[in-house]
Ligand binder design. Structure first.
Ligand code: GDP
Length: 355
C-alpha cells in the first residue's frame, strides 16, 4: 500500500504527531492479524457515509479506508552529503510515495528551534535543498553513463535528454514535482523530488485561530495540501471522551481532530479515492487509485474478482440513501450495470459479479 514519509527538522513535533498517529485502534479493530512495523502509523480516513450505509443495510460493523504514514529518521542539513543517518534518511524517503513535511509554527521558548527562530519558509527550503542536492548527485552520476549509451544506441537519447532537462530544473532550485517534469523515462533513478508533498503546520492556538495567518501559510505551499494542527493537542485527544474532545478542540479553534484533516490530505496527496460496499456483515470503504476501472476496483477486494470480472452493479451513495434501500434504488432505476471500462467515481456503492 502507498505511504507518506514524515520528515521535518528536529524539534518541530514529528514524534509528537507520530505518537498521535500510532495511538489509535483502527488496525486492532479491523485487521487483528496484521503486523505493523514500529515506524508506521495508520489513521482511518473519516467517512460519515459508512455509518449511514450501516444503518441502511443493518451492517454489523463499518470498515474505513486507512492512510499509512512512515516515520523517517530526522533530516539534518547536509543529509545529501551522505553521512550515516543522511543515507538512511534518503533511502527511507525513496521508499515513500509522498512526503509529509512537519513544519513548526508554534512558539515555545522551552523548545529550541535548530535554526534559532521559527521560520516556516526556511524550513521548507532546507528540506527541498537536501532533496534537490541528492537528486543532482544521482543525475550527475547517471548522465555520463547515459551519454555513453546514447552514442552507441540512439534509442537511449530521449532518456539522456530527460536527465539533462531534469538536472537544469534542479539547478534552478525547483523540485521536479513542482516543475511538473515528465519523469517517465527516469523512473529507474528513483528521484526524490518527483514525489508530491503535503505540509503539516504544527501550530498553537494563536495561529490556528488566525484565519489570515492560516491562509497565508496555505498560499505559501499551494498547490500542495496544507494541514494545520497542534500535535500536542492531537496526542492528548486520544485519551479523551467525545465531550472533552470537542471542548479541547474548541479551545484551540478547531471543529474536528487535525488527524481527520491529515488523513484526507494524505489520501488526496497520494492520488487515492474510495468506493463503498455494503451488506449485513459490514459497510466498507475500499482504496483505489484515482481513475481506477471497475475490474481494478474489484481486484482490491480479491485478485480473483479482477480476473473473473463480469460486471459491476453501481449506485451512487446519494441516490441509494435517498431511495432508502437497495431494492428501492433498483426499482427507481438508480442502479446501473457497468462493464470493464467503467471508471470508478468517489461515492459509488458497488456489488461486483464475477466468475
Ligand atoms: P521532533 O524532533 O520533530 O520529533 O519533535 P518532538 O515531537 O520530539 O517535539 C519537540 C518538543 O516540542 C517536545 O518537547 C514536544 O513536547 C514539543 N512540541 C511538539 N509539538 C508541540 C506543539 O504543538 N506545541 C508546543 N508548545 N510544543 C510542542
Amino acid at each position: 500500500s502507498l505511504t507518506l514519509g514524515i520528515v521535518g527538522l528536529p524539534n518541530v513535533g514529528k514524534s509528537t504527531l507520530f505518537n498521535a498517529l500510532t495511538n489509535n485502534d483502527v488496525l486492532a479493530a479491523n485487521y487483528p492479524f496484521a503486523t505493523i512495523e514500529p515506524n508506521v502509523g495508520i489513521v482511518p480516513l473519516p467517512d460519515p457515509r459508512l455509518d449511514k450505509l450501516a444503518e441502511v443495510f443493518g451492517s454489523e460493523k463499518t470498515v474505513p479506508a486507512v492512510v499509512s504514514f512512515v516515520d523517517i529518521a530526522g533530516i539534518v542539513k547536509g543529509a545529501s552529503e551522505g553521512a550515516g543517518l543522511g543515507n538512511k534518511f534518503l533511502a527511507n524517503i525513496r521508499e515513500a510515495n509522498a512526503i509529509c513535511q512537519v513544519i513548526r509554527v508554534f512558539d515555545d521558548p522551552d523548545v529550541v528551534h535548530v535554526d534559532g527562530v521559527v521560520n516556516p519558509l526556511s524550513d521548507i527550503e532546507t528540506i527541498n535543498t537536501e532533496l534537490i542536492l541528492a537528486d543532482l548527485q544521482t543525475l550527475e552520476k547517471a548522465i555520463p553513463r547515459l551519454e555513453k549509451e546514447a552514442r552507441t544506441r540512439k534509442e537511449a537519447r530521449p532518456t539522456l535528454d530527460a536527465a539533462t532537462a531534469a538536472k537544469d530544473i534542479l539547478d534552478s532550485g525547483k523540485t521536479l514535482f513542482a516543475a511538473g517534469t515528465d519523469v517517465t523515462l527516469l523512473r529507474e533513478l528513483s528521484l526524490l523530488t518527483t514525489k508530491p508533498f503535503l505540509y503539516v503546520f504544527n501550530a498553537d492556538e494563536s495561529v490556528l485561530t488566525d484565519d489570515n495567518r492560516v491562509a497565508e501559510l496555505a498560499r505559501m505551499v499551494a498547490p500542495a495540501d496544507a494541514v494545520f494542527l497542534d500535535a500536542k493537542v492531537e496526542s492528548e485527544l486520544l485519551e479523551l471522551d467525545e465531550e472533552s474532545t470537542r471542548e479541547l478542540l474548541e479551545s484551540v479553534g478547531q471543529t474536528e481532530p487535525g488527524l481527520n484533516a491529515l488523513a484526507r490530505a494524505g489520501f488526496h496527496t497520494l492520488g487515492l479515492q474510495t468506493y463503498l460496499t455494503a451488506g449485513p456483515k459490514e459497510s466498507r470503504a475500499w482504496t483505489i487509485p484515482q481513475g481506477a476501472t471497475a475490474p481494478q476496483a474489484a481486484g482490491v477486494i480479491h485478485t480473483d474478482f479482477e480476473r473473473g470480472f463480469i460486471k459491476a452493479e453501481v449506485v451512487s451513495y446519494d441516490d441509494l440513501v435517498e431511495a432508502g434501500s437497495m431494492a428501492a434504488a433498483k426499482s427507481a432505476g438508480k442502479v446501473r450495470i457497468e462493464g470493464k471500462d467503467y471508471v470508478m467515481s468517489d461515492g459509488d456503492v458497488v456489488e461486483f459479479r464475477h466468475s
